[in-house]
Design a protein around this ligand. Structure first.
Ligand code: 5GP
Length: 160
């Protein structure tokens, strides 16, 4: 399995690129951050698009070698965000891998616009907008991933 290390700089650039692309898809009156992965990109995109109404959709996904794509919903969205099937709502997550999370969001908010910064080939077609595709056998390491802050600095390109 390939490793793709993303630095804070790289992630900030990619999240701003996502916001720039999304500015042509709005207008959006509110945002849903899929936690926890969507929290950091949601903050960046919300600043760029000047969105202030931000809700969370809280899920846990069991991602390991044995169990893939099992998603449990811990908290749904508020009635305000959920009205009219999510029309005018932007949903942000860090990545789409198997697409299991995106499918759940789509079922809940069929008219929402779903955006991720990264996408693997299985998940990409299920997302409305993403910036960078990585291969299915790649594991993306985000700068906020546990433990990485104790490791050696990552090169400016963010790639190892
Ligand atoms: P899904 O399979 O539902 O598209 O992705 C489920 C979740 O698994 C993602 O939101 C993310 O939390 C985690 N995940 C899947 N692939 C990766 C990866 O390459 N790197 C990291 N850090 N998390 C991943």
């Amino acid at each position: 399995r390939k490793a793709f290390h993303v630095s804070w700089d790289q992630f900030h650039r990619d999240a701003r690129a996502l916001a720039w692309r999304l500015s042509a898809s709005g207008p959006f009156y509110g945002m849903v951050a899929v936690t926890r992965g969507g929290l950091v990109p949601a903050a960046i995109v919300a600043r760029e698009l000047n969105l202030r109404l931000i809700d969370t959709f809280c899920v846990t996904s069991y991602v390991d070698e044995n169990v893939r794509g099992q998603v449990k919903v811990l908290k749904g969205v508020s009635p305000d965000i959920g009205r009219d099937e999510g029309s005018g709502v932007l949903v942000v997550d860090d990545l789409a891998d198997t697409g299991a999370t995106v499918k759940i969001v789509r079922a809940l908010l069929p008219k929402a616009h779903i955006a991720t910064v990264y996408a693997k080939p299985l998940g990409g077609p299920l997302v409305d907008t993403y910036i960078t595709e990585v291969s299915q056998d790649t594991w993306i390491y985000f700068p906020w991933d546990l433990g990485l802050s104790f490791q050696a600095p990552i090169s400016e390109t963010g790639r190892v």
